[in-house]
Unconditional design. Structure first.
Length: 471
């Protein structure tokens, strides 16, 4: 059962980084300009980030298995269209549909894990497997993208999803237990759903397009940002007054849930900075090709997998989540700080491998722990919403962090180049400053973990557990 869920998640995670590696080939083949090429990524992010909460809640109300299966088929068929795309508009439209399917598939996975693995140790182990897939899949995607693009062509980065998606969709009905949601009458807050979906879509669009291209103070960035914020405020007002809200605000009264999601948003922002800027550094400064880049980050995947799959679950059952989480965040921050010192003439064994290994150890310990914390107060009835919230903070944190760090890096590099600094040194100067920003985000997450997250584990007495969204 867990394998089916995680294969579905892996397909979604791989797709993000696989596409990034293939962007130059896509641009050359379909004639994208540099600015329009960003929409190959942005169309997916906008749909994915905007629909996660709604998809998770629909899983609670209707059927998590049904939403998972529907998302798999949508994602798989959209992948076929992406692979067959002969024009820019068709590829962008298919990527948007891929984002819809990706949101439906990933939003309910954690909720299904909660209900299928009620025993604490089994649940912690399952969260470890999920954490490995969600975090290490990105570096696997770099390698897979390089191999497929160089050995075949960019179309195959999408075609490869088809056998995986079809196989998973055919096995899932046989292996996943049937479930029935609580019914639409328990939470059909259509206005709230429309407000939060519009706010998230517009917010992600603002982050990945005008903010990244024109800067945070550009008029279109400010206007769209204000509208997105107004929609979010309207959503909060709606949830505070609705008789059956989509997300009752008391969900954020749990220090475990609110703290874990805030920590995850900040940490993922820093993590995206590491992978994005690290890839640019080894390619544009050290001259690695796509396959070499994937191999350079493969040790991170091995470390994350070893910890997530074998050791983090033991730490969680022996110590409190807080005791496990804090050292993980410290190691992530140290790894980022070391990577921020990379020189122009850096060497892999001295300047890259040590910092990425520390980073990988921290991720392998921290992320399964954060997932456990974020889902700790979820009941069977609202696990889908909690799962959607976890994925939303991850995706929005990644999009926000990536846009901010990319802007900081490019601005710094441009300023250095304007003052006569050689091109390679100017690029490295931008990467260093942005990686210091990544380090600062993780340090802020560490402070929240120390101050907000309770030390005692969550152990509700029989009959005392309160639902997050009902009652």
């Amino acid at each position: 059962m867990l394998v089916v869920l995680c294969v579905g998640m892996l397909m979604i995670v791989l797709d993000a980084t696989v596409v990034n590696v293939a962007l130059p080939a896509i641009q050359s083949d379909l004639g994208f300009s540099q600015s329009s090429l960003a929409w190959v990524v942005n169309a997916y992010l906008i749909a994915f980030g905007g629909l996660l909460l709604l998809a998770g809640r629909l899983g609670d109300l209707l059927s998590r298995r049904g939403v998972f299966l529907t998302g798999l088929w949508v994602f798989t068929l959209a992948s076929l269209l992406c692979g067959l795309a002969w024009s820019q508009s068709l590829l962008i439209a298919a990527r948007f549909v891929q984002g819809v399917g990706g949101a439906m598939t990933s939003a309910v996975i954690l909720g299904m894990i909660v209900t299928m693995f009620p025993e604490p140790r089994a649940k912690a182990k399952a969260f470890g497997v999920y954490g490995f897939v969600a975090t290490a899949g990105g570096s696997v995607g770099l390698l897979a993208g390089g191999v497929l693009t160089q050995a075949l062509n960019w179309h195959w980065i999408f075609f490869i999803n088809i056998p995986i998606g079809v196989g998973t969709a055919l096995l899932a009905p046989r292996l996943l237990p049937r479930d029935r949601g609580v019914g639409l009458r328990h939470g059909t807050d259509f206005l709230g759903a429309a407000l939060i979906t519009a706010a998230l879509m517009l917010g992600v669009y603002t982050i990945v397009n005008p903010a990244a291209e024109h800067g945070w103070t550009a008029p279109d960035t400010v206007v769209l940002g204000v509208v997105a914020l107004a929609l979010m405020v309207a959503f909060v007002v709606r949830e505070a007054t609705a008789s059956k809200p989509l997300i009752p605000l008391r969900v954020f009264g749990s220090r475990r849930v609110s703290g874990a999601n805030a920590i995850q948003m900040l940490t993922v922002a820093g993590m995206f900075g590491m992978f994005f800027l690290g890839v640019l550094y080894v390619q544009r400064v050290l001259g690695y090709d796509a396959m070499g880049t994937g191999l350079a980050f493969l040790p991170v995947t091995v470390v994350i997998g070893t910890l997530s799959l074998r050791y983090t679950e033991r730490l969680l059952t022996r110590f409190s989540a807080k005791t496990t989480l804090i050292p993980g965040l410290v190691l992530i921050a140290v790894g980022l700080a070391l990577f921020a010192r990379v020189p122009v003439d850096g060497g892999y064994l001295i300047d890259i491998l040590p910092s990425t290994l520390l980073f990988g150890v921290g991720i392998g310990v921290a992320f399964p722990t954060l997932t456990t914390l974020a889902m700790s107060d979820a009941t069977d009835d609202d696990a889908g919403l909690a799962s959607g919230l976890v994925n939303t903070t991850m995706q929005v944190g990644g999009a926000l962090g990536l846009a901010a760090l990319a802007t900081v890096s490019s601005t710094r590099s441009h300023d250095l180049a304007q003052h006569g600094v050689p091109a390679a040194a100017a690029l490295v100067g931008g990467y260093q400053l942005a990686l210091l920003g990544s380090t600062g985000l993780v340090i802020l997450a560490l402070v929240i973990a120390i101050v907000v997250v309770p030390r005692t584990p969550y152990q509700p007495q029989p009959g005392q557990q309160r639902p997050l969204v009902h009652g």
